[in-house]
Design a protein around this ligand. Structure first.
Ligand SMILES: O=C(O)CCC(=O)C(=O)O
Ligand SMILES: [Fe+2]
Length: 351
C-alpha cells in the first residue's frame, strides 16, 4: 500500500537524486527575464515557447506566465512583472477554464504600476478589479489609497480617471554578479588533467606550475558573466603567485544560441565552438594590467555552455616572458620572442 510513499521518501532523501527546488525555479525565471532583455525577446513569443522565430518549448499556460510574473515581483522587478502580468491577462481570455483568476493578476499589476509611478493606471486596473470582484479584500482599500495619493499630488478627483499617461515601464538595473557553476580539477585528480596542463605549457610557452587548477564552469540557460578583468587590481587582494599573467579559455561544449565571449573594449566577439581555445595576456610586459582585456560572457539563450579556464600566474615566467624594457613592449602573437614579424601568421591579425 505504501510502496509509492516509501519510494518517494527514499528517492527524495537519497543524495544522488536532487529534484529542482523553489530556488531552481526562481533561478530559471530570473535567467529567462535576463535573456528577454539581452536579446530583446518578445514576451508574447516567449510565452508561446518561441525564441527568435524557433519553437523551442511548449506554450505556457496563463498560470505559468503568472508565476514568472510573480517571481519577478518578489525580486522587486516591476518592469518584468508588468510585461508578464499583461501577458497572463491576455492568455486567460482564450483559456477555458482560465488557469489563474483575473483578480489575482490585476492586483499584482496594479501594485507594479504604482511602483513604476503610473498611479492613474494603477487606479484604472484596481477599478476593474473592484468591478469583477466587489468583495475582494483589498480592492476598495487600494482604490482609496491610489485616490489619496493622486490627491496628494494635486490631481483633482474629476481628473483621476482621465488623461491616463502612457506606460513608461523602466527596466531594472542589472545585478553585478554572474550566473554559473564552477569546480576545480587538480592535476593529481586524473592523468588527463596533467596532460592538458602539459599541452597548455607547450601552447602558451608559459609555466603551469604556478597556475591555478583547471577551472570548469557550466552556464545554464540565462547563465552569464558580467564584464570583468581576470587580473586583480591594486585595491583587490593579491594572488600568492603574482597576478594572472594570461588566460586560456577552453570551450568544451557548443551552445546553440547566445553565450558569446565578448571583449567589450576591443569590440571582439568570440562564439564558443567545441574544442576551440582562446588565449590572451592579461598583463602588459611591464606587469601592468592590460585594460583592453575587459571581457564578459553573454547569457546562454539555448543549449548549455561548458568552458574551462586556465589562469596562468606571473611567478616563474621570468624567463619565459621577461618584463619589457619599455611600457610599449608587447607580443604581436603568442610566443613572440622579438624576431622580425612573419608576413603571414595565423596568430597575427592583419591591421
Ligand atoms: O565563459 C566565458 O565566455 C568567459 C569566462 C570568463 O571570462 C571567466 O570565467 O573569467
Ligand atoms: Fe574572465
Amino acid at each position: 500500500m505504501n510502496v509509492s510513499n516509501d519510494f518517494l521518501q527514499n528517492i527524495s532523501t537519497t543524495a544522488c537524486y536532487s529534484f529542482p527546488q523553489d530556488e531552481d525555479l526562481s533561478g530559471a525565471a530570473i535567467g529567462l527575464l535576463r535573456l528577454q532583455d539581452t536579446y530583446r525577446l518578445d514576451t508574447h513569443d516567449l510565452a508561446r515557447g518561441i525564441v527568435m522565430g524557433k519553437k523551442i518549448s511548449k506554450e505556457l499556460s496563463a498560470h505559468d506566465i503568472f508565476e514568472i510574473a510573480r517571481l519577478a515581483y518578489n525580486q522587486e522587478d516591476y518592469y518584468h512583472t508588468i510585461l508578464w502580468m499583461q501577458e497572463s491577462l491576455e492568455k486567460i481570455k482564450i483559456e477555458d477554464p482560465p488557469t489563474v483568476s483575473e483578480s489575482d493578476i490585476l492586483e499584482y499589476l496594479a501594485l507594479s504600476l504604482y511602483k513604476q509611478d503610473n498611479l492613474k493606471r494603477a487606479l484604472q486596473v484596481t477599478d476593474r478589479l473592484y468591478q469583477i470582484a466587489p468583495n475582494h479584500p483589498r480592492a476598495k482599500g487600494n482604490i482609496q489609497r491610489w485616490e489619496d495619493q493622486l490627491a496628494a499630488e494635486g490631481v483633482r478627483r474629476s481628473e483621476m480617471r482621465k488623461g491616463i499617461p502612457p506606460l513608461v515601464n523602466t527596466r531594472p538595473v542589472e545585478d553585478p554578479e554572474g550566473f554559473f557553476d564552477i569546480t576545480w580539477l587538480k592535476e593529481t585528480e586524473h592523468e588527463v588533467i596533467a596532460r592538458i596542463n602539459n599541452r597548455l605549457d607547450y601552447m602558451t610557452n608559459l609555466d603551469m606550475d604556478t597556475a591555478e587548477a583547471l577551472q570548469v564552469a557550466n552556464y545554464g540557460i540565462g547563465g552569464h558573466y558580467e564584464p570583468h578583468y581576470d587580473f586583480t587590481q591594486d585595491d583587490e587582494p593579491a594572488f600568492k603567485n603574482g597576478n594572472r599573467i594570461a588566460t586560456v579559455l577552453l570551450y568544451i561544449s557548443q551552445p546553440e544560441l547566445g553565450a558569446a565571449t565578448v571583449f567589450t573594449e576591443l569590440k571582439l566577439t568570440n562564439w564558443p565552438k567545441k574544442n576551440d581555445a582562446l588565449f590572451w595576456y592579461n598583463l602588459l610586459r611591464s606587469g601592468e594590467g592590460d585594460l583592453r582585456t575587459l571581457h564578459a560572457a553573454c547569457p546562454v539563450l539555448l543549449g548549455d555552455k561548458w568552458v574551462s579556464n586556465k589562469w596562468i600566474h606571473e611567478k616563474s615566467q621570468e624567463f619565459r616572458r621577461p618584463c619589457g624594457l619599455k611600457p610599449s613592449t608587447y607580443e604581436r602573437y603568442v610566443g613572440d620572442l622579438g624576431a622580425p614579424e612573419p608576413r603571414y601568421h595565423w596568430n597575427i591579425r592583419s591591421a
